[in-house]
Design a protein around this ligand. Structure first.
Ligand code: SF4
Ligand code: SF4
Ligand code: SF4
Length: 290
């Protein structure tokens, strides 16, 4: 993608930024790239395999990148929701980052297995995408590609779970989460998991058992899901990196749908719109408080 490479080289040459974070070909497929020299900008690529949400590298948890200087990052529309979340929650100042938006034709669910977009391989998040041309950007690259194929499997699975009795649903999630090995990869990859000290790491008092154990696994994942309510950018990165293949995006998506219903709120790429967790409304019915 020539325009992207030329823009990155220009930003580095003019010292607008000291590092451009994008995507490059790696030995096992597309991976995040950290470009600090203009002459390396031709390593940058963008296509349907670029699933990673690079907003994670803006999170204060990635403060080892701070000494490298001002960053530019490549964002798809869905990634820009995470950037907006970090700005909204005062973790990033808008003026401290240059956003290179890419017009997007969808991404695959698993770039290790698939390279072309079909209804079976496309990521579920692309099904109702209204943000293929990101707005929260400093530069916008490429022509708008055709809309991606639609994959509704995730919503069908959620509907199937909704149709279960509470006991059946509980048994389903107990069985799924029993496989968790507590690697915390889901937390590490998430742009919105930025606490300096995660509740799962606290030992005095210990809120959540730290070893892989049925009870602790449930506390861990349900704590994480609730901390993401009204904040999750729906990038599905937590599910993609989970070594136990636990369908975490079902939990995330269902939580988003509940927040939508209760608070009439969808996670947006506009950082000036407050999220329910950060806003007080006198007309809040608070029906969920028992
Ligand atoms: S959700 Fe939208 S912006 Fe994100 S990868 Fe899919 S089509 Fe692109
Ligand atoms: S919880 Fe998962 S889907 Fe949501 S923003 Fe974090 S990594 Fe992405
Ligand atoms: S990535 Fe998967 S296995 Fe690792 S802690 Fe998260 S849910 Fe558990």
């Amino acid at each position: 993608m020539k325009a992207l490479q030329e823009l990155a080289a220009k930003l580095l040459t003019e010292k607008t930024v000291q590092i451009v974070i994008g995507y490059e070909e790696g030995p096992r497929g597309v991976r995040p790239a950290f470009i600090t020299r203009a002459e390396d900008a031709d390593r940058l690529v963008f296509d349907s395999r670029c699933v990673q949400n690079l907003a994670s590298y803006l999170s204060p948890r990635r403060n080892h990148l701070v000494p490298l200087g001002k960053k530019a990052i490549v964002v798809k529309g869905c990634d820009s929701r995470a950037v907006a979340g970090l700005i909204r929650e005062t973790q990033v100042r808008r003026e401290d980052v240059v956003l290179i938006g890419v017009r997007c034709g969808g991404v695959v669910r698993d770039p290790a297995a698939d390279t072309t977009l079909t209804p079976d391989t496309v990521a579920a998040r692309c099904a109702e995408c209204d943000i293929r041309e990101p707005k929260l950007v400093d530069h916008l690259i490429g022509d708008l590609p055709p809309a991606p194929p639609v994959n509704r499997k995730r919503d069908e699975l959620i509907a199937a779970l909704d149709a279960m009795s509470a006991e059946e649903r509980w048994a389903f999630w107990q069985a799924e989460l029993a496989r968790c090995v507590r690697c915390h990869a889901c937390r590490e990859v998430c742009p919105m998991c930025f606490c300096e000290r995660c509740i799962a790491d606290k030992s005095q008092p210990q809120w959540i058992e730290s070893s892989a154990h049925r009870q602790g696994n449930l506390s861990w994942q349900f704590s994480r899901v609730l901390h993401q309510a009204g904040r999750c950018a729906d990038c599905s990165e937590c599910e993609r990196v989970c070594p136990a293949k636990i369908p975490l995006s079902l939990l995330m998506r269902k939580t988003s749908l509940i927040v939508r219903e209760l608070f009439n709120y969808r996670v947006t790429d506009d950082p000036s719109v407050p999220a329910p967790i950060g806003a007080y409304r006198l007309d809040d019915k608070q029906e969920f408080i028992l």
